[in-house]
Design a protein around this ligand. Structure first.
Ligand SMILES: [Zn+2]
Length: 311
């Protein structure tokens, strides 16, 4: 990886996080609230670039469906933004080209260039959060697809009769294997009179999140361990599909749930190994925890900007 510093900015639903990346090191970070209007977002991005030293290479990660040209078609987290040319508007403002890509793709690039998948030519990166974000690295390249929308792994259907999904379909993988899904599984158990120890972590069951079930499981709570085991089976089921299609040497799992590391990773590895083809026929990919947390999208955007300016 080249060591020329570059700027990366991750536009989130609530905040824009900018970094200066030098090699695999983050030298500076700034945060600003995300404005609602498209031009407000461009103003904030230009401000962040200025605060980070106005370096030549600038990359931006944005949520939602982003075309190869850097146009946001639609974004569930930026409700006032649709068919907005982020790359064109910011390039005009800064007077030089900028790179704009999907935020999950950027996070995947961060893990591939500088994180847990570094050195792997074929890797899959999934982030278990509100939904499931995905990024695919095949033959040392980022897979973008015909329209820029590749890697939407969260919407693989794993149960056609499953719960409805914001995408309009039913039974998508992220309805079973995201942080949101784990929280919902826990709340269902609490409503059935179980998981009584959760009262030590939350006052209102409506606030119960996946991270807290991981925390309880980490303390050895048998019911929480059981919920995590069922959840890990769903996580592994999707990973097995990706491994069969793409034959990666490494799969990286990110998102807040992985803060508990082996509490989740041990059952995921166990189910993954049991569901996957025989290792005597095909080597199993390694399952790794993401290196970058909150800054992954910004770090990856900075990496992409560097790749585009250095070829
Ligand atoms: Zn879906």
């Amino acid at each position: 990886m080249t060591s020329k510093p570059s700027i990366g900015i991750d536009v989130g639903g609530t905040k824009c996080l900018g970094v200066v990346l030098d090699g695999d090191r983050v030298l500076a970070e700034v945060r600003h609230p995300t404005p609602r209007s498209p031009m407000g977002i461009i103003d904030t991005l230009a401000t962040i670039v200025g605060e980070l030293g106005d370096l030549p290479a600038v990359g931006v990660g944005v949520p939602g469906l982003v075309t190869r040209e850097g146009v946001i078609r639609a974004s569930p987290n930026l409700t006032d933004v649709a068919d907005f040319d982020v790359a064109g508007s910011l390039s005009t403002r800064l007077g030089r080209p900028v790179v704009v890509d999907n935020d999950a793709t950027c996070a995947a690039v961060a893990e591939w260039r500088a994180g847990a998948a570094r050195g792997h030519r074929d890797a899959v990166i999934v982030t278990l959060g509100t939904g499931i974000g995905g990024g695919l690295i095949v033959d040392d390249r980022v897979v973008r697809g015909a329209h820029g929308f590749a890697g939407e792994v969260g919407h693989m259907v794993v149960d056609p009769n499953g719960p409805s999904c914001p995408c309009g379909r039913r039974g998508c993988w992220e309805r079973f294997a995201s942080g949101t899904a784990l929280g919902a599984m826990g709340r269902a158990v609490v409503r059935g009179g179980g998981l009584t120890a959760i009262t030590s972590l939350v006052d209102d069951v409506a606030d119960l999140r996946g991270e807290q079930i991981c925390e309880l499981a980490g303390r050895g709570d048998v019911e929480a361990v059981g919920i995590i085991d069922e959840f890990a089976h769903w996580v592994a089921l999707g990973l097995v599909g990706l491994a069969n299609i793409l034959d990666p040497s490494c799969i990286v799992i990110g998102g807040g749930l992985t803060a508990s590391r082996e509490v989740l990773m041990e059952p995921v590895r166990r189910h993954f190994a049991a569901l996957l083809y025989s290792p005597e026929l095909r080597p199993h990919p390694r399952l790794e925890v993401a290196r970058f947390g909150e800054v992954a999208g910004a770090v990856g955007a900075a990496s992409l900007a560097n790749l585009s300016t250095t070829g």
